[in-house]
Design a protein around this ligand. Structure first.
Ligand SMILES: [Fe+2]
Length: 361
């Protein structure tokens, strides 16, 4: 059982003696004869409860309690008053500075009960605050673990084909840039960036012979390749709190006109995050070298996106991307939109493409 420290403040020492006599068998009672002395003692001692007279020369009881918030914000505050300054009292109670006021002359038993209840409230608050701190640190840890997991997944894909990892990071930054351009909420931006990083994670399950084929894929190979959004979503399904991200990834190859896969969804039934990733993905694919062809450059990529806007792509998203990268594609790689999830690009060469991979193949 904790032995609480109680600070009692009164300019009349007879009152202090009385308070001490009533409380000192259960608590450590520290006495002060003025508000100023009370404040000094508050700095030195871990006080759980302050009992102060209201009417004192210099600092009044309410002022002392107000100033005590700087040193002992948690301490419970009780005001003793024989003085009928009702308005000051009401204000003090309403502003949460005073737990209770006790009119003078006070009754010893009543005071003991009030102090006991007040300290129970203090202990409860302390326990709750402790739990809250634990909860916050657990949540922060959880966040850290999931970011670590996500980076580990991206790195696992990197180990399989470094071209794809640079691609995923570029897509995530283009996607988050589009989300910002479209004034989406911070929460949506976060989910869209995560989906950008993870959209192709299911390619871990696609054979390298297909991933790195220098020619166009035949229908059988296309079928295998087309399983990757479902595989990506399955991997993400294992992670907590990524329900929306999973959905964005699952549908990142759905086309606006319903001609995409895996479900042939059309129009606004396709989640906005998926439509954004599709455009970001297509732009990056066209402006970087691929195993089977070279980059077609910004200008042609922009005209392809516009040509298929309303068919494959959402026209608003195409325009948001083109506004973001600039008409001339002047958004250079080292000026990529900033990450909203705090994932750094350290150790990743954003310019790395399939070309480098194939050179050492
Ligand atoms: Fe994909």
């Amino acid at each position: 059982m904790i032995r609480h420290k109680i600070l009692v403040v009164d300019d009349e020492s007879a009152n202090l003696r009385l308070l001490k006599r009533v409380l000192s068998d259960q608590y450590d009672v520290i006495e002060a004869t003025s508000g100023a002395q009370g404040l000094e003692l508050l700095k030195e001692h871990a006080i759980s409860l302050i009992i102060t007279d209201q009417r004192m020369p210099g600092i009044t009881g309410v002022q002392l309690l107000e100033q005590s918030l700087d040193f002992r914000p948690q301490a419970i505050k009780i005001l003793l008053t024989g003085y009928t300054d009702i308005q000051a009292l009401i204000d003090a109670i309403n502003s949460g500075k005073v737990y209770k006021y006790i009119p003078k002359p006070w009754d010893a038993d009543e005071l003991r009960i009030t102090v006991c209840r007040a300290l129970e409230a203090y202990e409860l608050k302390e326990r709750n605050d402790g739990l809250l701190i634990e909860l916050r640190s657990a949540l922060a840890q959880l966040e850290e673990v999931s970011m670590g997991t996500i980076r580990a997944l991206a790195d696992a894909l990197d180990a399989k084909c470094d071209y794809t990892s640079g691609h995923s990071l570029r897509v995530s930054r283009y996607a988050v840039g589009i989300a910002k351009q479209m004034n989406l909420s911070a929460e949506d931006q976060k989910d869209i960036e995560l989906a950008g990083i993870l959209h192709d994670i299911g390619k871990i399950g696609v054979p390298e012979a297909i991933l790195w084929k220098p020619d166009r894929l035949n229908p059988a190979e296309q079928t295998v390749m087309a399983t990757h959004p479902v595989k990506s979503a399955q991997i993400i399904g294992e992670l907590n709190g990524l329900g929306k991200v999973r959905k964005y990834v699952l549908y990142h190859h759905e086309n606006l006109d319903g001609s995409g896969y895996p479900d042939g969804l059309a129009g606004e039934v396709i989640p906005l995050g998926s439509r954004i990733i599709l455009v970001a993905d297509a732009y990056d694919a066209m402006t970087t070298d691929r195993p089977y062809r070279k980059s077609i450059g910004h200008e042609r990529a922009a005209s392809e996106l516009r040509k298929y806007a309303g068919k494959q792509f959402d026209p608003d998203i195409v325009e948001a991307l083109l506004t973001m990268v600039g008409e001339q594609g002047e958004l250079v790689k080292d000026k990529m939109p900033e990450s909203v999830i705090g994932l750094s690009l350290s150790g990743v060469d954003l310019r790395q493409t399939g070309k480098q991979y194939l050179a050492g193949y």
